[in-house]
Design a protein around this ligand. Structure first.
Ligand SMILES: [Zn+2]
Length: 203
């Protein structure tokens, strides 16, 4: 099936090599360009999105809430955050009319959001989001200047390896799901002589 993919295989290999070389030489600007080119070889819905904002949203959705009572974890998707009217005494103390609460999925206790600890769900590796954060940048600000060159190089390497793994994952998905539209396939379908294990996609 690989050979049937439109002629992008060579380009994939070329851009991947360019990324590798640019990373090695520290030419990050060019490297990001090559990564964008590599990504652009994939059809739209396979492309990896590069956005810190959207990446953070996904990570946020993987946050688990820890019940202070039973210490069990609840998934964000399984709970509803509600507003509960504070009794007059609380209102006086906190100045808040409402308190954000949720119900523990394990012990069914009502928990105040402010008493809740969070942890990020441990995702089994490898996992792919099809989204990566923006590449690390260094501006002229004082805090950024505190990042040494070697530290920045490590941040850039981590970002690149993660990004390339995401793209490679999409690439293999594309290969797997790719249904050739050539005549050979159409004829086979007409003859009703589908090979065993061949998947027919219903239109
Ligand atoms: Zn609980």
């Amino acid at each position: 099936m690989e050979s049937r993919l439109p002629d992008i295989n060579t380009e994939f290999i070329n851009y991947r090599n360019e990324v590798r070389m640019a990373l090695k030489s520290g030419n990050y600007r060019a490297m990001i360009g090559y990564i964008n080119n590599l990504n652009a070889l994939l059809p739209d819905h396979y492309q990896v999105k590069i956005s810190t904002e959207e990446y953070n949203k996904i990570v946020k959705s993987k946050e688990l809430l820890i019940c202070p009572g039973c210490k069990k974890e609840s998934n964000q998707d399984d709970i509803k955050v509600r507003n509960k009217l504070n009794p007059p005494f609380e209102l006086l103390l906190s100045g808040n009319e409402y308190e954000k609460i949720w119900t523990c999925t394990a012990c069914k206790e009502e928990i105040m959001m402010k008493n809740t600890e969070f942890m990020i769900e441990k995702l089994s590796k490898p996992h792919y989001f099809q989204i990566v954060p923006d590449p690390p940048t260094r501006s002229k600000s004082l805090t950024d200047m505190g990042i040494s060159n070697s530290r920045f190089k490590i941040l850039m390497q981590d970002w690149t390896y993660n990004c390339m793994a995401e793209i490679a994952h999409q690439e293999s998905k594309y290969r797997e799901e790719y249904v050739p539209k050539d005549t050979e396939f159409a004829e086979t379908q007409d003859d009703n002589k589908l090979e065993e294990g061949m998947v027919v996609v219903e239109q």
